[in-house]
Design a protein around this ligand. Structure first.
Ligand SMILES: CC(C)(COP(=O)(O)OP(=O)(O)OC[C@H]1O[C@@H](n2cnc3c(N)ncnc32)[C@H](O)[C@@H]1OP(=O)(O)O)[C@@H](O)C(=O)NCCC(=O)NCCS
Length: 222
């Protein structure tokens, strides 16, 4: 599963890829900025390695990767006034390209399939890249995955105080179906339990396709 958003007359800008082990350090970094309490990196590694029902994605901004590579290449150019012969200078770090790839990750999301229900476990954008429609792109990708893996419904828990996320979920047809008291251990906050209707219902499919088309158009013309 891969999503690519190409901006008009330009290169591909946003890409959604499956999360890999290499992505975990950056995912954990973003998670710390996005949530009051976080999973240890080992939890993500375990999810990716051992949980066959788990599906995680990362969102990359390719412009960041390109800028990083350009900066590394610029820094690599031989300078005329160097005092030492080039052979005595430390060689170029081999990790330059992977690190630019890591830095390009600006959000991530995941779900578990439980029988025919897709349970959203996490969705987070780096604070510097919010309000651009990219959290929505992550949710759209999770719903697309839910279709691919045969889920019938999508469900999640969200803090009662997290109106931002609740607005996003309501936009995609999630409705409150219950409350889990003191669900979050960091502050004993309650969680709203939200569910979509059957995602294969023609009315849901149609609404979802409409929202997705409008979102991609918005992102392509940004
Ligand atoms: C929730 C989150 C992923 C949204 O990401 P984002 O990229 O800023 O959101 P988008 O720009 O894609 O907005 C999509 C929709 O979300 C809602 N929304 C986003 N920001 C909002 C805000 N500041 N106030 C109210 N609604 C907001 C709106 O419904 C918006 O649709 P609209 O543009 O048609 O108004 C992001 O705020 C985040 O990472 N929060 C911290 C982690 C978190 O709380 N995750 C959810 C756990 S359940």
């Amino acid at each position: 599963m891969q999503v690519r958003v190409r901006q008009k007359g330009k290169k591909v800008r946003y890409v959604i890829d499956r999360m890999t082990m290499l992505d975990v350090p950056r995912v954990v970094e973003i998670e710390r900025l996005a949530y009051p309490s976080t999973w240890p990196p080992s939890a993500y590694r375990k999810e990716l390695q051992d949980n066959r029902w788990a599906h995680y994605v990362v969102l990359r901004d390719k412009q960041i990767a390109d800028e990083r590579v350009a900066t590394v290449q610029e820094a690599d150019k031989p300078r005329r006034n160097r005092l030492f012969p080039l052979s005595l200078l430390p060689s170029r770090p081999v990790a330059a390209v992977p690190s630019s790839d890591l830095a390009s990750i600006i959000g991530f999301a995941g779900l578990w399939l439980m029988v025919d229900e897709a349970h959203v476990t996490t969705i987070a954008m780096h604070p510097d890249f919010r309000r651009l429609g990219l959290g929505e792109l992550l949710l759209v990708s999770l719903i697309d995955i839910s279709y691919e893996i045969g889920a019938k419904w999508v469900t999640l828990e969200v803090r009662v105080s997290n109106y931002t996320a609740q607005n996003l979920y309501r936009k995609y047809g999630f409705r409150e179906e219950g409350l889990r008291h003191r669900y979050y251990s960091d502050n004993n906050e309650d969680a709203l339990i939200m569910w979509t209707e059957e995602i294969h219902a023609p009315s849901y499919k149609e609404k979802f396709q409409e929202l997705k088309t409008a979102l991609l158009k918005k992102l392509e013309t940004q």
